[in-house]
Design a binder for this molecule. Structure first.
Ligand SMILES: *Cc1c(COP(=O)(O)O)cnc(C)c1O
Length: 337
């Protein structure tokens, strides 16, 4: 039982079968029929010209930043953005692209006025501000469609490109009960993680127009991300997009259920109002030592990532409601003694 992340999901038997049966070829030659099918399917499904299968979400974001920006350009992003904080500074290291992080609001958005003020004037003292990068969901929170439309308008007004780190964008679409296109239509490019809640073992997608994806494909090769008989992995991604989207709703309901149950455990304070998708943030009272608790839980086969003042718990296709009951029972037992 693993609440650490939705990246821990294992392929289902049906998904494995689709991998086993996949038609294969050398994708660096463009010969892998399953990779080609996945990329075409993804492009059509999302209303984009082209798609690229990548090894990870980190790689997809890096390719996007490097395709939009040249050396000395700049991207605006959230202070909490994955492609600023959690990707080892790749855009700066490998792309010579300057990040300009801006404080995220409590709802995960970035204040549009703040964005406007951060756009550098056309003056040789400054980096060229090229791109705004948003993230949805961010910390499990969903950006409103109104906000996305306003961000698009702002980018158009100032000649910026707009990228979405959509690692969990399907969680947003399911939570808002809208077709995925209603979200992604606002962006020039976006990513999807197939290996999180969607349940594939490996892989992400990057979408954009043809010229953008061609550039990204060249950069992917440069970064060592050209994979050969990658159809075995693409098959899992295709299966995930075709079969694992609607079930994200169960993860969202389980996250709500988990937050409600946690509220009754003394010393635990789930941030209930922020549970919009499959992520629950929990604060704990200072006398509670989550590191010790995590060790004790582990002996019962339950995994969490402890923090000093709280932790993040994630629901996914490997967690059922009964697992949450077991977790709460064990947690209550441990915290009572
Ligand atoms: C997980 C994640 C990524 C990176 O994906 P990896 O496949 O782990 O490299 C990027 N952005 C967000 C928002 C993520 O949650």
């Amino acid at each position: 039982m693993d609440f650490r992340s939705d990246t821990v999901t294992l392929p289902t038997p049906e998904m494995k079968q689709s991998m086993f049966d996949a038609a294969l070829g050398d994708d660096v030659y463009g010969d892998d029929p399953t990779v080609n099918t996945l990329e075409q399917f993804a492009a059509e499904r999302h209303g984009f010209e082209a798609a690229l299968f990548t090894s990870s979400g980190t790689q997809a974001n890096l390719l996007a930043l490097m395709s939009h920006c040249e050396r000395g350009d700049e991207y605006l992003c959230g202070q909490q953005a994955h492609n600023y904080r959690f990707e080892a500074g790749g855009a700066a290291v490998l792309g010579s692209i300057q990040p300009q992080p801006l404080e995220n609001e409590a709802d995960g958005s970035i204040c549009l006025e703040r964005i406007k003020q951060a756009i550098k004037p056309n003056d040789f003292h400054f980096a060229n501000t090229k791109l705004l990068s948003l993230e949805n969901t961010i910390g499990g929170k969903v950006l409103s469609l109104e906000y996305l439309a306003k961000a698009r308008a702002l980018c158009d007004e100032h000649g910026l490109m707009l990228h979405l780190d959509g690692a969990r964008v399907y969680n947003a679409a399911v939570a808002q009960n809208v077709d995925i296109r209603e979200i992604v239509k606002h962006f020039d490019s976006f990513t999807i993680c197939l290996s999180k809640g969607l349940g594939a073992p490996i892989g992400s997608l990057l979408l954009g127009n043809k010229a953008f994806i061609e550039k990204a494909r060249r950069l992917r090769k440069m970064l060592g991300g050209g994979m050969r008989q990658a159809g075995m992995l693409a098959a899992a991604g295709l299966y995930a997009l075709q079969h694992h989207v609607e079930r994200l709703n169960e993860d969202h309901q389980n996250a709500q259920y988990l937050a409600e149950k946690l509220e009754r455990v003394p010393g635990f304070k789930p941030c209930k109002h922020t549970v919009q998708t499959n992520i629950v943030f929990v604060e704990v009272e200072p006398h509670i030592d989550l590191f010790t608790i995590a060790e004790q839980l582990k002996r019962k086969g339950i995994n969490i990532t402890p923090g000093y003042q709280g932790c993040r718990l994630v629901t996914h296709l490997g967690i059922e409601q009964a697992d949450i009951d077991t977790f709460i029972t064990e947690l209550s037992r441990i915290t009572q003694v």
